[in-house]
Structure formats: C-alpha cells, structure tokens
Design a protein around this ligand. Structure first.
Ligand code: PRX
Length: 649
C-alpha cells in the first residue's frame, strides 16, 4: 500500500492512514485490535455475540442460547426477554445521562427542540399509553407516514415499548404506495401529520393519507400530529389529533418484557419484482447489532454531537438516528428539512451552530454540495467535526476527496459504510481509529461478518476478481424474513448461492482484503441513494392507459448516481411532450416523487431477443448515450435501435 501524496491523481491507489491523534483516543485504535476482534468473532461467533449481548442489553429474563440456526432461519438469544425502548431510554435514567440531550431537533423553518433522555422517555411512555388506549397490542402493525419531527422517533420507540410493529413509509411515497404497504402489513393504526415542510412549501401528508385510507380497510384509526397548523380534513370516528390524545395520557408505562425474536419493525424496500418487500427485523439481535456497529464505526463518545442526515423513512434513519445512537446514550441531531433551504449552506450552518462532531450522509448529497460550490461550506466553522461517514451507494473517489478536503479539512477520517435494509446495520466499513482508508472502498468487514466474492456456481473468486457478494454466516442484525412471503425470502436471499446470504451486489476484494462495491446485480436501481425497482416503475407506466409496454433502466447521473430512463411503446395517444409530462406525473402518483423518470423515450417497439426478453444492456447504452458495442444479432428488429436513438429528449 502506498500512502497519500499531494497532487496524486489516481486516488484509488492512495491510502489514508487514520490520523494518529484520532487513533490515540479511539475505542478501536489499531489494525491489530480490529483483527483480534474480527478473529475472535470468526473463531467463536456465538461466544463473541453472547458476551456482547449480556454486557450491552438489559435482560428482563436471560437468554439461554445465543443462536439457533436452521438455515435460512435464525433465532438469536432464545428464551431471553428484553425491550429495545428500554435499552434506548430507561437504561440511561439511572445515570448522569438522564438529563443529557438525546435529540437535538431542528425544523426546516429554524425552530429547534431539545429532548433529554428523561424527556424523551416521558413522551414515549405517554404515546405508548395512547396506542394502548386505542387497542394496539403486541404484534399489531402501526403504519407511520410522518415528517422528520421528534414525534416520529417517539412513535418508533413507543411501538417498541409495547411490542407493536412499526412500518415507516417514507414521506415522499404516494397514496398508492402507502395503501399497498398498509394492506400488505394489515396495519391497524396510521400515524401522520397535517403537512410537512419542504423547501418552504408544504407537503400534503394528511391529504395523501386520506386517499390511501380509502383503500386501506385494515386501518381503524389515524392519529394526526399538528406540525404546521394547516387546515386538514378530520374524519369523525377515524381521525384523532396527537395533542388531544397526549393531553390526558399517563407518563407511566413500563417497557414490556419481550421475547428476543419479537418483531420490531417492517420496512419496505424494492426488490426485482414490482411488489415491494416488507423486510422484517426483530428485537434483541437488531438492537445489539445497531448498538455495536454504531459504537465501532462512529467511535461514539459521550461528548459527541452525532448527526446522521438520513430520513427515518429509510433503514439508515432507523438504525443510525434512532436505535443505534440512543442505545449508546449519545446526543443525536435530527433535521427536518432540505439541505438547500433557505440556502445551500444549511447543513454547514447546522454543524456550526450545534457543534456537530460526527457527520454521516450520502454520496449523492456530497455530489450536490460539490455542484453548489465551496463558498457555502466556507461561510461556516466546521472545526467541531472529527469524523465523517457515507452510506447508500458507492462513493466516487473525486467526491471522497472533496469530502476529505473541504469538509474534513484533511483531519477527519471518512467511514464509507456498506450495508442494506436487510442487514439491519453496517456490514463493511473502516473503523476510523484503525483502518487505513482508500477512497471508493468500504474497506473491511466488521467483526462477526464474513463476506465472500463468488461466481454463479458459488466458487470463491480470487483477489481482484469481480463477482457476487455473499455473506457466509448469520449475524444478529440480519433480516428474519419478508413479511407474509416466506418463499420469496428463501428464493431471493438463500437460493442463488447455496448456504449463503445473497447481498445482490457486484463486488471485488483486493490484495489488502479491501472490498469494492460496484452496484446491484439485479434490476434494482440506486437513485440518489434510494433503492428503486425497474419493474415497479415499469408497472406504474403500463398502468397508464396510453402505454402498451415499458422498459426502465438506469443511466449515470452526476448528482444522483443513477437516473431513471424509461422507454415506452404506446397503445394510444401521441408521442409528444405533453404525454411525456403526463407519464412522469403518473409514476409520481403511483409510487412517489423519487421514482419519477428523468427521461421518457417513445419507441415503436422495444428491442427484444428472440425469446422475447427485453435487451436491457442495449437500452442502458442508449440511455447513457453510449455506442452500442454488444452483440445485437438477436435483435428482433434492428430498426428499433435507430428509432430509439433518434427520439432524443
Ligand atoms: O447496492 C448497495 C448500496 O445500497 C444497497 C442497499 O440499499 P438500501 O437497502 O436502500 O440501504 C441503503 C442504506 C444502507 C446495497 O445493496 N449501498 C449501500 N451502501 C453502500 C452501497 N454501495 C456502495 N457503497 C456503500 N457504502
């Protein structure tokens, strides 16, 4: 390995050792220490996780077995009883952390609220009693469609406290998408807000929910948090105001002792079919994994002000705004709004004012900051920062270098964290006091995680060879299934490569044992760090009356990483600008704003092989504006190619 050299351009070859001043104070301070932990976990996984579970979680009743592995079903810490809400809140109340800030929240208009552990505990207990009074019991599903306000975190922790299962639907999803998720999970209660702030205007959350509820027969009650004070329609007997219910709720609600494998939440994510998958996570294993990975990767200290910019609507917010940080008793910042409101310096203003020490964001955000210009960064004092992180997609070395220089001022280690909704927590990442980093690589697996790169037959590939990334051993944070679809769970994750968890990513391991992730192997796009199924967008397009057939592929985008490119053939209507707009809008309505195609191209026919398969590789090349160099002799109709090319937007 070489070391960093000024002016070196081939950044993939550059190695950045942890700054000695960082290592000196770090929890894991050398590669030897990391390697020792990793070896211990690999040699005796049950001993390793069992020890941590005993030390790090509160047990109402001790577990007797660390792992029951009945491939592909894992049960961790069987017979044990614990409670995630207790581990995030109550455990801190007997210590000095009782009056420490748990959440420092900032609203988009600039309003702020700070909740100490004691205050957060009180709110969570009250809301748990609200849920109970409405008949919510252990195992009931509570669907949550809320803005990034403290009440969102309170709702999660209240569900966890009483054993209800939360299913958070990101606030950008459409009414169709909410209804689909409500129905799949048989949600009993839905939580929302009147409207939410977004770049100074208001997102009509309650209005969207009203439409969803017309198609969600299992939902009995809708609790509405008043965020903006906008006028909303309240349906008598169904809709209730959050503040009314809280007014009379008792702050006394002991955490329910819950069996380790009690479901904690469902979180829907896109797979390779049109139907989203409800990824299921359970109590003890998830809690331990979120807690340990937060501590290892972010080197958490009691003095830290930690900020993860994700939305709680995605797994990053679940694990690294709520459960991981709070289990560790850390102070977490939570921000409601957009990074460019009222201007492009908002994030740096927040770092400066709240003296943020750890900052965790997505590569797509970093690329947007680069585009907006360094002047927004330079206006603020970022000297409080000591550690930076990224998540959600591969980070290109140029963005990594900008982050390192402009935000980290060459002082702060960067942790590039690879993981998934399914994995519950970070799987591969540098440990900032130990691991030398290479821009673009998520470096090494965390203790207890044993990845492998294999070919289609499951044979392990050698150094430098690209292949299929699998995880060879169960870990506590792993998904426990797909809600209501066991066959899909087995087929999707455990059948392609026998006895291994299929991550679905294409990756390579280099001579230093560092992993490089190159993107998905399936028809899943990564648009601005969000997973999107091409089939889901195609189904949305063909549900429009003018569309006969649709094919959706990704194309490279400077900021979003990947953009959505759609090719459609029409059954009626004219291939014009108006219809193009309509189709984009239609996808927005069917799925949500993040799924709206960037390009829509009309075609007379879609290029297909003789067996009728759409030639996606060819479409990807066309979408990217590249020459098609592949073998096209199986094209059903060569003329299709030409017409697609000429229909440029
Ligand atoms: O392709 C990988 C990419 O995001 C996928 C998981 O998406 P999701 O379940 O939405 O979770 C995102 C937040 C954890 C992965 O299969 N991905 C995530 N992190 C990285 C990444 N690709 C490269 N580098 C990363 N650090």
């Amino acid at each position: 390995m070489g070391t960093a050299q000024a002016g070196q351009t081939d950044t993939e070859q550059v190695v950045f050792p942890p700054p000695p001043s960082f290592s000196e104070q770090a929890g894991v301070c050398s590669m030897q220490q990391y390697q020792q932990m990793w070896d211990d976990a690999a040699d005796d996984p049950e001993g390793f996780w069992g020890r941590l579970a005993k030390e790090e979680l509160y047990w109402f009743h001790p577990f007797d077995k660390v792992l029951e592995w009945n491939e592909p079903y894992a049960k961790w810490f069987t017979e044990g009883k614990t409670n995630v809400s207790y581990n995030c809140l109550d455990v801190h109340l007997d210590s000095w952390r009782k009056n420490k800030a748990a959440l420092i929240w900032e609203g988009e208009p600039g309003d702020t609220r700070t909740l100490t552990y004691a205050q957060l505990h009180r709110e969570v207990c009250k809301f748990s009693n609200v849920l109970k009074a409405l008949g919510v019991e252990q195992g009931d599903v509570v669907s949550i469609y809320m803005p990034m306000v403290p009440e969102l975190a309170i709702a999660l922790l209240a569900c966890a406290r009483i054993g209800a299962i939360h299913s958070v639907v990101f606030g950008g999803f459409s009414s169709e998408a909410i209804a689909e998720r409500n129905n799949d999970a048989s949600a009993k209660i839905l939580l929302t807000a009147d409207t939410g702030w977004r770049r100074g205007s208001q997102l009509p959350l309650k209005e969207t929910v009203d439409k969803a509820l017309e198609k969600s027969p299992t939902v009995e009650k809708c609790i509405v948090y008043r965020r903006t004070g906008s006028e909303v329609n309240m349906v008598a007997g169904r809709d209730l105001w959050w503040h009314d219910l809280m007014e009379s709720a008792s702050p006394d609600c002991p955490a329910e002792p819950l069996e380790s494998e009690t479901p904690l939440f469902i979180l829907y994510t896109s797979g390779s079919t049109g139907k989203p998958k409800g990824i299921k996570h359970t109590t003890a294993g998830y809690n331990l994994y979120a807690k340990m990975t937060s501590r290892w990767v972010f080197d958490l200290k009691d003095t830290d002000v930690y900020w993860c910019t994700a939305d709680i609507g995605w797994i990053t917010g679940h694990s690294y705004i709520v459960y991981g940080p709070l289990s560790n008793g850390v102070t977490a910042v939570m921000y409601e709004g957009a990074p460019n409101w009222p201007d492009e310096s908002r994030f740096w203003d927040i770092v400066d004012r709240h003296q943020v020490t750890i900052f965790y964001t997505a590569p797509t955000a970093i690329r947007a900051f680069i585009k907006w210009g360094d002047q927004h960064v330079e206006k603020h004092d970022l000297s409080s920062l000591r550690l930076l992180g990224t998540v959600g997609e591969p980070i290109n070395p140029a963005a990594w270098m900008w982050y390192h220089e402009k935000i980290g001022k060459r002082r702060c280690p960067i942790v590039d964290t690879w993981w998934q909704t399914e994995t519950g927590g970070i799987m591969m990442s540098p440990l900032p006091g130990a691991t030398p980093t290479k821009p673009g690589s998520c470096t090494r697996p965390l203790p207890g995680i044993i990845p492998q790169i294999v070919d289609e037959k499951g044979n392990e590939l050698g150094t430098g060879q690209q292949g299929i990334l699998v995880i060879t051993k169960p870990w506590p944070g792993m998904l426990r299934g797909i809600w209501g679809d066991d066959d899909r769970y087995k087929q999707q994750y455990w059948s392609t490569i026998a006895h291994n968890y299929l991550a679905g990513d294409n990756a390579m391991c280099d001579a230093d044992g560092y992993y490089w992730i190159y993107g998905r192997l399936d028809d899943v796009l990564n648009v601005a760090g969000h997973r999107l199924s091409t089939t889901e967008v195609e189904s949305a397009l063909v549900s429009h009356p003018s569309v006969a057939e649709a094919a959706v592929v990704g194309r490279p985008d400077d900021v979003k990483g990947e953009a959505v490119a759609a090719f459609v053939t029409l059954s009626s209507g004219d291939a014009n600008e108006d219809l193009r707009k309509q189709l984009k809008q239609h996808v927005r309505q069917q799925i949500g704003a993040h799924a709206q195609p960037d390009d829509v191209r009309f075609a007379a026919l879609l290029p297909k092989t003789r067996s009728g398969k759409i030639m996606r590789r060819l479409l990807r090349d066309i979408a990217a504006g590249k020459e098609t160099i592949g073998d096209t002799t199986t094209l059903e109709d060569y003329s299709v190619l030409a017409s697609l090319r000429s229909d440029e937007e």
